[in-house]
Design a protein around this ligand. Structure first.
Ligand code: UDP
Ligand code: MG
Length: 333
C-alpha cells in the first residue's frame, strides 16, 4: 500500500495545530493509503511543541515531530520534514489550514496517474490587494531574470514523489529557495487550481521586509544574471560618458570654452557613485553567499524528536537504518 508522508512546518501555530491535525487525519483516514504526519516545530516560542507532544501521544504510530533549537525558517523546516518523511510520496502543507487538507485526495489521484510533482496553485483571495499587486509584479519581473520558471500562486503546497523528494534532498546548498528548487529538479509536473482560504487562526509570519528579502533570494539564488546586468550597465554608462565627453570637447572647440558645468558634474558623480554602490552590494551579496556555503553549517539543529515506536530501529538494525538514511540523503560514505 502506498505510504504518504505529510510534512508540516509549524512556527507559533498553537492556535490552529490541533484543528489542522484533526482535519488532516479525517481526510487521510478516508483514503486507501498508509500515512504519517511529520511536524517540524521551527523553534516556536508558544505552546506548539507541547501540542505536538500531545498529538504524538495520541497517535504515536502516525505522528513524527522534530523540534528545532531555535527558529531556522520555513525552508529549513521543510528540509527537516523531507528528511524525516519515509513515504512513497510526500505532501508539504502549511499548518494554518490555508492549504485545504481535502485536496490531498486530488493530489493522490494525479500522483497515481504517474505525475511526480502535483502542484496546487492558489488564487489570491483573502490576500491584501497591495501584496497581490506586488506579487504579480515580482513574478513578472523575476521570470525575465532567473533560469527556472516561477509561477505566481504556486508555493510549497504540493505532492512530491519519492524520486523528487530524494532529488531535493541531494541538493547540498545552504541557501535554499524552495520555489526555485522545486522547479529546478523538474520531473513530470502537473498543476491544479484551488481557492485560497484565509488563515484559520494565528497570524502570518511574513513581514514586508522579510518578503522583500525572500524576493531578493529568488532573484539571486539561481544565476549570475544580475552580475551580467551590472557589466552591461557599466558598458552603457561608460559609452554614454565617452559620447558626452566628445560632445563637450567639440562644443568647446566650436563655441569657445563653456561655463564650468558644476551641476552636471555633481549629478554625474553622485549618480555614478550610486550605481557603483549598488553593483558593489550586488557583488557582495554573491560573495556573502559563497561565504555561507563554504561554512557548511547544518541547516538546522534539533533539540527534540519523536519517531513512531513501530519504526524505531532495533539496535542491530540501527546501522542499516542509518546507512539507508544516508543513501537517501545523498551522503554516501
Ligand atoms: N513557518 C515556519 N517557520 C517560519 C515561518 C513560517 O515553519 O519561520 C510556517 C508556518 O507555521 C506555516 C507556514 O510556514 O505553517 C506558512 O507560514 P505563514 O502562514 O505565516 O505564511 P503565509 O501563509 O502568510 O505565506
Ligand atoms: Mg499562511
Amino acid at each position: 500500500m502506498t505510504k504518504l508522508s505529510v510534512v508540516v512546518p509549524c512556527y507559533d501555530e498553537e492556535a490552529v495545530i490541533d484543528r489542522f491535525d484533526a482535519q488532516t487525519r479525517a481526510v487521510l483516514g478516508g483514503l486507501p493509503i498508509e500515512y504519517e504526519i511529520c511536524y517540524v516545530d521551527d523553534g516556536s516560542a508558544d505552546g506548539t511543541l507541547a501540542r505536538l507532544r500531545a498529538l504524538a501521544d495520541r497517535h504515536p504510530d502516525t505522528t513524527r515531530y522534530v523540534s528545532f533549537s531555535r527558529n531556522f525558517g520555513k525552508e529549513a523546516a521543510m528540509l527537516a520534514g523531507l528528511r524525516e518523511a519515509e513515504g512513497d510520496a510526500v505532501v508539504i502543507m502549511d499548518a494554518d489550514l490555508q492549504h485545504p487538507p481535502e485536496l490531498i485526495g486530488r493530489m493522490l489521484d494525479l500522483y497515481s496517474l504517474g505525475h511526480d510533482q502535483v502542484v496546487a496553485r492558489r488564487g489570491r483571495e483573502g490576500d491584501k490587494a497591495l501584496r497581490t499587486a506586488l506579487s504579480r509584479f515580482y513574478y513578472r519581473a523575476v521570470n525575465r531574470w532567473v533560469d527556472v520558471e516561477l509561477t505566481d500562486g504556486v508555493g510549497d503546497f504540493r505532492l512530491l514523489s519519492r524520486p523528487v523528494a530524494d532529488a531535493l534532498l541531494s541538493l547540498p546548498e545552504n541557501n535554499r529557495f524552495s520555489k526555485g528548487l522545486f522547479s529546478w529538479v523538474g520531473f513530470d509536473t502537473v498543476t491544479f487550481h484551488y481557492r485560497n482560504a484565509a488563515r484559520e487562526a494565528g497570524s502570518t509570519k511574513w513581514r514586508f521586509g522579510a518578503l522583500l528579502n525572500y524576493g531578493m533570494d529568488g532573484l539571486i539564488s539561481f544565476n549570475n544574471r544580475p552580475l551580467r546586468l551590472a557589466i552591461w550597465l557599466g558598458v552603457t554608462l561608460a559609452g554614454l560618458g565617452g559620447l558626452y565627453a566628445a560632445w563637450v570637447t567639440v562644443d568647446a572647440l566650436v563655441t569657445g570654452v563653456d561655463v564650468p558645468g558644476y551641476v552636471t558634474l555633481v549629478a554625474i558623480i553622485v549618480g555614478l557613485g550610486g550605481v557603483q554602490m549598488v553593483m558593489l552590494g550586488l557583488i557582495g551579496e554573491y560573495i556573502g553567499r559563497i561565504y555561507y556555503e563554504t561554512k557548511r553549517r547544518p541547516h538546522f539543529l534539533v533539540k527534540e524528536a519523536h519517531h513512531p515506536s513501530s519504526q524505531a530501529p532495533e539496535p542491530l538494525d540501527a546501522l542499516r537504518h542509518q546507512r539507508q538514511r544516508e543513501l537517501r540523503h545523498g551522503r554516501v560514505i
